[in-house]
Design a protein around this ligand. Sequence first.
Ligand code: NAI
Length: 471
Amino acid sequence: MVVGELTEEVDVLVIGGGPGGYVAAFKAADLGQNVALVDANPLLGGVCLREGCIPSKALLHVAHLIEHAHEASAYGVSFGSPKIDIEKLRGFKQSVVDKLCGGIKTLAGKRKVRVLTGRARFEDSKTVKVDGESAVRIRFKHCVIATGSSAKRLPESLIPADCTIDSTGALDLADIPPTLCVIGGGYIGLELGQVYAALGSKVTVVEALDRLLAGADEDLVRPLEARLKKQFAAIHLGAKIESARRSGKTVELVFTDKAGGKQSLKFDKVLVSVGRSPNTAGLGLENTKVVVNQRGFIETDAQRRTAEKRIFAIGDVAGDPMLAHKASREGIVAAEVIAGHNATFDVRAIPAVVYTSPELAWCGLTEAECKSKGLQVKVGKFPWGASGRAIAAGRPEGLTKIIADAQTRRILGVGIVGLNAGDLISEAVLAMEMGAEPEDLAMSIHPHPATSETMMEAAESVFGVATHAMR
Ligand code: NAI
């Protein structure tokens, strides 16, 4: 097909079909706009659905199952060692992905969103050329850039690409390597490290900083780290990668440890999970007035409008935190603004969840962030060792922590570590959005026995004493 001969006009063109882009497209269509959605991949859903959040959760579900079965021996129920049919496991993971990606396609069809497969490139501030299966030139009234991010790589001079895999490669589950090194002790490294450890790999973490999950409250990281120390072969903090080279089927990794000693270790696989970078290359932004900042993010205002009035940017490409749910919210804001509504991205709390075992979840400010801002705070903590539900579930290591402004009493931040913390955090998000004080949570009756009671008790302890905690 000759590219560019066909020109179409749309009200809204969305570039990128992830949880930012497809939500923006759906909302715009719901608001009466004529919408086209373009993605280089025919499967809609973006990295999140295809090779990120969703497949990793399918594998984490299985990892947690293995962990529970293993721990059941302490309660008098023993299972044999797990037998892993890797092809079947891969099939299960893929079926989850296919179901959800198919669902997005159906929803797009029902809304009459025109889906194009190909790479989009701006020719000017009103026109995008799509190269690919759907070769077409599109003139738009408004455009939403939602191109996401890609895994960062370490310099080729340090680690040749053929020595490592990224999260996409790890989720492909080609095999279960006897030994796996995870470079980077962040979200991806720890989630996938636990998956592979449960499947039988000996996992070693090599992290540059002197702690894991740098953005999370240290009180939350502690119980996770204690568990990881039992599950993983080793965790090296404050490490500096020196070199890597492939020798046969293994990779020899050389790094300097915290004490300055040189370590040379061999691994069957090395996963690099050292963060992600926004995807702006090849978009033709130089043909528009869109501004990309020094960190590579597209600059936007609170309505997610770029320097080019008709072009919006949302999701990972428009700044931290690189989280699907933040992208979706921005997508709704952008679509509403395009439809003429007085919308703005003005949120008090964006939840972050690390789906490890135990899970970590937090929103608002951490205690350390409050300190660095010079805020006077009161902190309430409720250890799950006093939660009937947590004890009955064999997981008393959790903690719920609430930070409130000492003067205004408003909740500034909440952190939870423990079973299903990612589900519990939504109550805290709502509380913060409603400008709640700890008393509001403490006075709301929570079901018993439930781990959500820890929120009520932590709230009681901010300015007083929790019923089930020692004075
Ligand atoms: P991350 O930012 O969470 O962690 C990267 C880690 O790598 C950091 O601890 C950093 O200190 C370390 N690091 C950087 N350079 C290094 C080096 N040369 N040697 C050793 N360590 C090094 O990034 P990650 O895990 O790659 O995840 C990327 C993003 O994806 C996250 O920031 C998050 O926004 C998103 N994500 C979210 C998930 C969720 O919501 N549950 C799950 C997975 C990813």
